[in-house]
Design a binder for this molecule. Structure first.
Ligand code: FAD
Length: 464
């Protein structure tokens, strides 16, 4: 590759070559994982380009193809599996300047990928009282393009399911990395070519997303002394279809007291905690539901409770923020991502609790899977060694729990441990030189890989 030639050809665009800031823009929240931290901490791109338009994205990809330079696209860098980190150097394509909200209609919005989700919601709320159906707990910092490229679901998933469910993304506009880049529009089955593909086979330059009505969500914390009942309460609430809700999080004790500093004065060590967002007009229904669960106690309501130190948004305790809060108190904590299916979640969660006393703390997020309540487990783990972590994953699998391993940087290992034929076929077409976010798709680099141990990308830039 001829980096110098690529740099010269793109020098009229916004470019950053300062090694310190290039390194900062080459990192994400990979350090959540001690496994990824050990492998990725040294990584950096050679330079950063921040396009202001689709035409400039095309220009960057044309030059990258001609000069054989890798391109790793970046939203805000809040991904936590090293998704946005350039394994083989080259260009970081930073989308921070492509932020336009282009059109707002009843039920849908058209937007550029670099728009922060909070800014997108502010625009649609002000325009017509609408908001995104779902967002990651990194609402304030993440981009909509990064959410579609690297995320899966989050706040809102207890009602709307996850991003890959039909109807949760309407249209994506994508630029390819060919000698002469093409601009393609995807709907329907084709959306999956590039959604959650980590930017390995195309750059999203425009998105059309569905909208839901916005409410002044009432944010609530409930405690319960029994964990199994807290889970049952949360699952049943998820199925109360007349009660509008956006978040159902469950935290096993002692999470609230040990890791949620602003909650700690208001709970006791044995309290299991439930975090909720409920529409104001559904509060009567919710309080009626709550009264059916003796022992359930509301300790915080954003519309009524005044604490000397307000807790801030309740969703910033949920999803991956839970791990972040725990890590700030105890650096030895890491986490897992487990799917507890709709039919068996109560029994499986109890079995896992019984199998790892003192080593795991349950954290569950309610979400709809196929229209029924299931739970994502973002289990807190007291980390000791990589070997033990792998063993914990294996034991979950042996108990019939599917693990999306967050200690892996490839699409396949963080997913279902098998090639995604749709994404691979599109990569062959759209990125013939394999320049887009190299090393993240095993099916492209090493189709015979057996998933018996962690995949180590051979093209990874060595530590100096
Ligand atoms: P980045 O991290 O910059 O990028 C993510 C991936 O998308 C990368 O592979 C990147 O190459 C690719 N990408 C970026 N822009 C484009 C583009 N224009 N075209 C093609 N590919 C692109 N995730 C969830 O799903 N739900 C959660 O609730 C959630 N909570 C989180 C909480 C914390 C505290 C943290 C640290 C992470 C959390 N995440 C969650 C992971 C992450 O925040 C989300 O996936 C987020 O949406 C990523 O947005 P970003 O703009 O930071 O993207």
């Amino acid at each position: 590759m001829t980096l110098a030639a690529a740099k010269a050809a793109l020098s009229h665009l916004e470019m950053d070559e300062n090694p310190v800031s290039v390194r900062a823009k080459s990192r994400d929240f990979f350090w959540y994982s001690p496994v990824l931290k050990a492998r990725m901490d040294h990584l950096t791109a050679d330079f950063v380009v921040s396009p202001t338009s689709e035409a400039e994205v095309i220009e960057v990809l044309r030059v990258a193809h001609r000069e054989g330079v890798p391109v790793t696209v970046r939203g805000a860098g809040t991904g936590n599996y090293g998704q946005a980190m350039p394994l083989a150097g080259g260009i970081v394509l930073h989308m921070k300047n492509m932020v336009a909200v282009k059109a707002i209609h009843p039920g849908r919005v058209i937007v550029e990928p670099g728009c922060l989700i909070k800014d997108l919601d502010a625009a649609t709320r002000a325009h017509s009282g609408q908001e995104q159906r779902m967002h990651p707990s990194t609402y304030a910092t993440a981009t909509i393009g990064g959410f579609i490229g690297g995320g899966s679901g989050g706040v809102g998933s207890c009602t709307w399911g996850v991003l890959r469910d039909l109807g949760n993304i309407l249209r994506l506009r994508v630029v390819t990395a060919e000698a002469e880049p093409r601009v393609l529009e995807f709907t329907g089955e084709e959306l999956h070519r590039v959604s959650h593909a980590y930017g390995t086979n195309g750059i999203i330059t425009e998105l059309e997303m569905p909208l839901a009505p916005t409410y002044d969500w009432v944010e609530i914390f409930v405690t319960h002394p029994e964990f199994a009942t807290a889970v049952a309460f949360s699952g049943a609430l998820g199925h109360e279809d007349g009660i509008l809700k956006k978040l159902i999080s469950v935290y096993e004790a002692p999470t609230a007291q040990a890791y949620f500093q602003r909650l700690a004065p208001h709970v006791v060590a044995g309290d299991h905690l439930i975090g909720l967002m409920i529409a104001p007009q559904s509060m009567d229904g919710f309080l009626t539901f709550l009264a059916r669960y003796p022992g359930a106690k509301v300790v915080y309501r954003s519309d009524m409770t005044e604490w000397p130190r307000a807790p801030g948004p309740v969703y910033e305790y949920g999803w991956n923020h839970t791990t972040l809060r725990a890590l700030k108190v105890d650096a030895s904590i890491t986490y897992l991502q487990v799917l507890y299916d709709a039919d068996h979640y109560a029994a499986k969660i109890e079995a896992v609790r019984a199998a790892f006393p003192g080593e795991l703390i349950q954290h569950l997020e309610g979400m709809r899977v196929g229209g029924r309540m299931a739970f994502a487990g973002l289990t807190l783990v007291n980390f000791t060694t990589e070997a033990r972590l792998d063993e914990i994953v294996r034991q979950h699998e042996a108990m019939g729990c599917f693990v999306f391993n967050p200690h892996r940087y490839t699409l396949e290992e963080g997913g279902r441990q098998s090639a995604d034929a749709t994404q691979l076929a599109f990569k062959r077409e759209a990125d013939p030189k394999g320049l887009l976010n190299p090393g993240k798709m095993i099916a492209w680099d090493e189709p015979g890989f057996r998933y018996e141990s962690i995949y180590e990308y051979k093209g990874m830039r060595a530590a100096e």
